[in-house]
Unconditional design. Structure first.
Lengths: 114, 115
């Protein structure tokens, strides 16, 4: 899977608790992305990073924050989890901007907020 | 609003048969169109990427076509195998009005290949 590891793969958490998902890559790609996938919706971009400490919002960023302190790690944090954040989360990486460059996806993290 | 619509939503075919999946998009201006395969419980994997100037692109038994005039793409699978059972996702890359850019994902066609 193109050297991308997401952790954890599955998590169940309670409403109101903070949650952090980790994406680790071994490809040294500049760009990293967090998407969520829900039934009836295509994948939607939450946040992305275009370099260490350089991040920007996607189309569904409310309730999420990200950090990238090293090239290989991109963290997604739900400050106070809500049931609407129950989803499958995918990390993706690309060497250039995803608009024009091949993107590689991780295996996903299934998050359930109860 | 940019949209990518795929049909059918689901499809069942017998092993060895061919099938064609459709993708219609309203995204404009268009940069490129991609097809991904997503196995259950896994992330999407790229099959093809086509720019607006390309009409067809093949990857083994997978052939994608693109008609930028009618904003339609299709993915043809030849001699299907059980391992082709997956969701196939059409993704369009476009420049947004007012600047910026975006990948718009379709909701996928769920293909099941049976013996």
């Amino acid at each position: 899977d193109a050297g991308i590891t997401q952790s954890p793969r599955h998590k169940v958490t309670e409403t109101g608790t903070p949650v952090t998902l980790r994406c680790h890559q071994t490809e040294n790609h500049r760009y990293m992305y967090w998407y969520r996938q829900d039934p009836g919706h295509g994948l939607r971009l939450i946040h992305y990073s275009y370099g260490v400490k350089d991040t920007d919002k996607g189309e569904v960023s409310d309730g999420y924050s990200v950090s990238r302190s090293k090239t290989e790690d991109f963290l997604l944090t739900l400050e106070s989890a809500t049931s609407s954040q129950t989803s499958v989360y995918f990390c993706a990486i690309s060497s250039g901007h995803i608009m024009n460059t091949e993107a590689f996806f991780g295996q996903g993290t299934r998050l359930t907020v109860v | 609003k940019n949209q990518v619509e795929q049909s059918p939503q689901s499809l069942i075919i017998l092993e060895g048969k061919n099938c064609t999946l459709q993708c219609n998009y309203t995204v404009s201006p268009f940069s490129n169109l991609r097809w991904y395969k997503q196995d259950t419980g896994r992330g999407p994997v790229s099959l093809t990427i086509m720019t607006f100037s390309e009409n067809t692109k093949s990857n083994g038994r997978y052939t994608a076509t693109l008609d930028a005039d009618t904003k339609q793409s299709s993915l043809h699978i030849t001699a299907s195998q059980l391992s082709d059972s997956a969701s196939y996702i059409c993704v369009v890359s476009a420049v947004l009005t007012g600047g910026g850019n975006k990948l718009t994902f379709g909701t996928g066609t769920q293909l099941k290949v049976e013996l």
